[in-house]
Design a protein around this ligand. Structure first.
Ligand SMILES: [Zn+2]
Ligand SMILES: [Zn+2]
Length: 288
């Protein structure tokens, strides 16, 4: 029996356990958070009471797995030593925070080489991950997310992420997070069954389908290959409702789906979740 596991990125404003309340109120099966303010280098301390409340609510409401997302400032591909060192440190701290919170997965972007070149960028990322995982010994799985193909970004293409994984010392502690908006902007035509088949084949060939642990399900404001990282409400962007029906028929929908749709007054979080469930039903009928 096929099942949909769906949730979204939620705010931790107030306290971390408030995000779990929000997930429950929205009817999420799973959710994603930042473990702290994503706009700073240093996060505030995790208070034991808050940690306890977070863990208790996740268990009580049965919303799992929980995904954490790395903050915005770190750049694991940076050619600048000071930024690079701080970025590696943040990755280590976030891996530790996930363990404390009982969060099994940490999603990270691979950063920007800032003009130093793709292979230099990939080398930086590989050593950043190797150093972090050898320092922090726990069961948190680090998920590498594909980017939108914006200038100098590392990891926009499936084969590129595959190459990074191949060079890791402990690849068994690493998985893949596939963002549909980023992939579409990078040139993967997810709207069509043909394009989806191509993506699945590449995933299988370069990364391994078992490595796919979560999909960031977002529509795209930018067109195919536009390299614009602008998320859109489900079905209201360039991937569109037909595109999402195809995605929901594919292997991509067999892992937890996390929405990172915009926060504005055109459509609420609840309505986006409802839209995915509605398209999912249509996808099941098409298949039957
Ligand atoms: Zn994403
Ligand atoms: Zn994005």
């Amino acid at each position: 029996m096929k099942q949909l596991k769906i949730g979204m990125h939620l705010s931790i404003s107030g306290s971390l356990d408030r995000a779990v309340d929000r997930a429950h109120e929205l009817g999420c099966d799973t959710f994603q958070i930042f473990t702290r303010n994503p706009r700073g280098w240093i996060g505030r301390r995790l208070e034991p009471v808050e940690v306890e409340a977070f863990r208790r609510k996740v268990e009580h409401y049965g919303v799992d797995p929980v995904f954490a997302h790395m903050p915005y400032l770190p750049n694991l591909a940076s050619p600048k030593d000071s930024v690079y060192r701080r970025s590696v440190k943040v990755l280590q701290v976030e891996l530790e925070r996930c363990e404390v919170l009982g969060i099994p997965f940490l999603v990270t972007h691979l950063g920007s080489h800032l003009g130093a070149g793709k292979s230099k960028g990939r080398e930086r990322v590989v050593s950043a991950i190797n150093r972090s995982l050898s320092t922090v010994r726990n069961d948190v799985v680090l998920l590498l997310e594909n980017s939108a193909g914006t200038k100098n970004s590392v990891g926009s293409y499936i084969h590129e992420i595959g190459e990074i994984m191949t060079n890791l010392d402990e690849v068994e502690r690493v998985g893949f997070c596939f963002d549909t908006c980023h992939a579409y902007a990078a040139g993967y035509d997810l709207k069509t069954l043909h394009g989806l088949r191509e993506v699945i084949e590449q995933l299988d060939q370069y990364i391994g389908l078992d490595k796919l642990r979560v999909v960031h399900l977002n529509d795209s404001k930018g067109g195919l290959g536009s390299r614009i990282d602008r998320h859109e409400h489900i079905g209201m962007g360039r991937i569109g409702e037909e595109g999402f029906i195809n995605i929901l028929r594919s292997r991509l929908s067999k892992v937890p789906l996390i929405l990172e749709t915009p926060v504005d007054n055109r459509r609420s979080a609840r309505e986006n979740l409802g839209k995915v469930r509605e398209l999912w039903k249509i996808a099941q009928e098409v298949e039957a």
